[in-house]
Ligand binder design. Structure first.
Ligand code: C5P
Length: 210
């Protein structure tokens, strides 16, 4: 069983995906970690994420243990991840990792949840259920700002909103695997929904498909 969860930054995909994993006994891959990982490695080596050859080389050699303990949730890494994510060679290198996880779920689990931007459209087009989770940019900026505040980040709400808008535009405007709902995705707008309500809607779609 493969569940695809796509949507923009701070839409609530991660919270939902983790709850679905616990409830249905599934294993979770947050695919954003892979792009963040490549971005973080480049920045930590003082390399420019816009430099496609460096980014492709890092992506081809990437493994999760390289980012063990790294802080991949900073605004700089968010920006770098969306820059490398627009590069076809980076995406091709990371695609195999994601498909392999979906095809060989860890022992003991009933399947997988992958969350990202192109899971329903490119990575797992045959997923049992595809969910597209979104919310207004203002609401998402507020959520991200609250998260960053807990981590002592001094960015103002306006700057966070600006970053989110820029990342949305880059993620949906790129030529390779742009962020968009699959034609058979169920759309959930979380702007005015709490986590319980989002979870209940997602479960309804999954239970119908089982
Ligand atoms: O989901 P998260 O915000 O952690 O992802 C970081 C960046 O990685 C996104 O802005 C996007 O550019 C990229 N990404 C992607 N495709 C995915 C997952 C993430 O392009 N499946």
């Amino acid at each position: 069983m493969v569940i695809a969860v796509d949507g923009p930054a701070a839409s609530g995909k991660g919270t939902l995906s983790r709850r679905l994993c616990t409830y249905y006994g599934l294993s979770y891959l947050d695919t954003g970690i892979l792009y963040r990982g490549v971005g973080w490695i480049l920045l930590s080596q003082n390399l420019d994420p816009r430099h496609e050859e460096d980014a492709a080389r890092v992506a081809r050699a990437f493994s999760l243990d390289q980012i063990d303990g790294a802080d991949i949730r900073t605004p700089d890494v968010s920006r770098a991840s969306s820059i490398v994510a627009a590069q076809p060679e980076v995406r091709a290198a990371l695609l195999e990792f994601q498909r392999d996880f979906a095809a060989h779920p860890p022992k003991g689990s009933n399947g997988v949840v992958l969350d990202g931007r192109d899971i329903g459209t490119v990575v797992c087009p045959d997923a049992l259920v595809k969910l597209y989770i979104s919310a207004s940019p203002e609401e998402r900026a507020k959520r991200r700002w609250l998260e960053l505040e807990k981590r002592d980040n001094a960015m103002g709400l306006d700057a966070v909103l600006e970053d989110i808008r820029r990342r949305d535009a880059r993620d949906s405007g790129r030529a390779t695997a742009p962020m968009r709902p699959a034609t058979d995705a169920h759309f959930i707008d979380t702007t005015t929904l709490d986590a319980d309500a989002v979870f209940a809607r997602a479960c309804r779609h999954i239970d119908q498909a089982l």
